[in-house]
Design a protein around this ligand. Structure first.
Ligand SMILES: [Zn+2]
Length: 75
């Protein structure tokens, strides 16, 4: 599973950079990663989820939306 190095801050629209180092064996569902916004310096804790997750949250949805947007941009 690959994670974006940056996500778009939902508060200010600036990029938020990944602060958490990738584990030796890669990311897994349920891992929590943190992003720091370069604009408003808010911290975003993101729970990695997948389509089958029973635990939707705003943050996992935010990352999911990022993937969906990226898929759209591929055309
Ligand atoms: Zn921000």
């Amino acid at each position: 599973m690959n994670l974006p190095d940056t996500i778009v801050c939902v508060d200010c629209g600036q990029p938020a950079r990944l602060m958490t180092a990738e584990p030796e064996f890669g990311w897994e569902c349920g891992d929590i990663v943190a992003y720091r916004c370069t604009g408003c310096h808010d911290r975003w804790d993101v729970v990695i989820g997948d389509e089958d997750s029973d635990l939707p949250s705003e943050t996992s949805l935010m990352v999911r939306q990022w993937f969906l947007d990226r898929e759209d941009q591929k055309g």
